[in-house]
Design a protein around this ligand. Structure first.
Ligand SMILES: Nc1ncnc2c1ncn2[C@@H]1O[C@H](COP(=O)(O)OP(=O)(O)OP(=O)(O)O)[C@@H](O)[C@H]1O
Ligand SMILES: [Mg+2]
Length: 395
């Protein structure tokens, strides 16, 4: 129980930490981006001022300084445009030298449109040097430098890479966990079946020896031993089937369910009432009988545990659409808390003092892996009862 709590908490902690890292990364890069944006804007303003000076002033000293500024801009793409909208000059716009002039023109116009959408232009006033009279205007358009564009995209690329990496690691981890679980299930089951085999054969031989003993005959001992041996055979068969790939056969579901009920009924409190309803007693499904009976037995045992000393276990066998068979097992027990339902099929999850938490994990494995069916909690209300549903393919 604690393991599942811890596991769930760990998931939340990892999620929260990743969100905090992502948000702070975006936030911090945003601050950098804004600072760099301010700096680039000022640089373009200075660049525009320098252009204004060079076109209006003929003082060679200033020209020297302004040209210095103009040539220093080697990262921000800019375009100088006249009042009619024609491009007079441009800097840092990437053009392929192999392009024909029409292609180049088109690219320049596209870039200009992009710049128009990005920032408002900085106007340059053209003045007559002698009278200082404004006789025209030009505009400097610009957009973010490559560095700035990269910096804006950076946190998103970083987060995507981390997310993809996390997702792949999660899949790999899950895959190896499932593979490991499979090996443990199969290995343990095979080993158990194997170990049971030897004493079982020897028991069978001993029963034959004492069967005809006049001192034992007529006391019902051999008959009881036969029953126990039969049960042991079933157990061995269950374990050996789960350790291999069981072959499915068309079986009468009502019959199999009745077998389990007749086995369990005398072994539980007399106040526990079993009821089996079937739409038709001839419903057939593709199942492996020993494993299917094991599932029903596990579900019924859980139902008995949930009810304590008295109650009703109702098993309904129904036909669904698309050639499906439903087996609903309902009890009038204490129910399962909503928060616990997602855990009940996990191996090791139990709320019982003497439980192993394997019954439902095994049932799920048998139904979903070997029968390609489904098993789930169809209904559960605290202190009202629980219904588990098994869905199988009809034969
Ligand atoms: N019919 C039910 N009513 C209420 N709770 C249930 C019912 N069936 C299962 N549960 C809950 O699901 C848990 C897991 O069931 P599962 O059969 O896997 O293990 P277990 O019964 O605890 O132990 P094991 O079956 O290995 O002896 C149970 O401990 C119980 O809390
Ligand atoms: Mg159980």
């Amino acid at each position: 129980m604690e393991f599942y709590q811890d596991n769930a908490n760990l998931k939340w902690i990892i999620l929260v930490v990743s969100v905090v890292i992502s948000v702070s990364s975006i936030y911090y890069t945003n601050i950098l981006v804004n600072q760099l944006k301010d700096r680039e804007r000022n640089q373009v303003r200075l660049f525009a001022k320098a252009l204004e000076y060079t076109s209006n002033d003929t003082n060679s000293n200033i020209l020297f300084i302004t040209e210095e500024i103009i040539y220093k801009n080697n990262s921000i793409p800019t375009m100088l445009v006249d009042e009619k909208g024609d491009i007079l000059n441009y800097t840092n716009v990437d053009l392929d030298p192999s392009w024909v002039p029409i292609r180049k023109d088109k690219e320049l116009k596209d870039q200009l449109e992009q710049m128009k959408r990005t920032f408002p232009p900085i106007p340059i006033l053209l003045k007559d040097p002698s009278t200082n009279e404004v006789f025209g205007k030009q505009y400097v358009y610009y957009k973010n430098s490559f560095l700035l564009t990269q910096l804006i995209a950076y946190p998103y690329i970083q987060i995507s890479v981390i997310a993809i990496f996390g997702f792949i690691s999660y899949l790999a981890f899950n895959y190896s966990k499932t593979a490991e679980q499979n090996r443990v299930w199969v290995g343990l089951a095979k080993e158990t079946a194997h170990q049971l085999g030897t004493p079982l054969s020897s028991l069978m031989a001993w029963v034959e020896v004492i069967r005809d003993d006049p001192q034992i005959r007529g006391k019902g001992i051999v008959e009881e031993l036969d029953k126990d041996i039969a049960k042991l055979k079933i157990v061995t068969e269950r374990f050996s089937s789960i350790g291999s790939t069981p072959v499915l056969k068309s079986e009468n579901v009502h019959q199999l369910v009745t077998n389990v009920v007749s086995y369990l009924q005398p072994r539980v409190s007399a106040k526990i009432n079993f009821e089996v309803y079937a739409l038709s007693e001839s419903i057939q499904a593709m199942v492996h009988a020993p494993l299917f009976e094991w599932v029903i037995e596990n579900l019924c045992k859980n139902a008995v545990d949930a009810m304590g000393s008295s109650g009703t276990i109702a098993i309904k066998i129904l036909r669904g659409n698309e050639r499906r068979v439903f087996i609903d097992i309902s009890d009038t027990g204490k129910g399962i808390a909503k928060s616990v339902i997602p855990n009940v099929f996990k191996p090791g999850f139990t709320t019982k003092k003497r439980g192993w938490g394997l019954g439902l994990a095994l049932a799920k494995r048998i139904i979903e892996m070997y029968h390609e069916g489904r098993i789930f909690v169809k209904f559960s209300e605290e202190n009202q009862g629980t219904t588990f549903r098994i869905v199988l393919q009809s034969a």
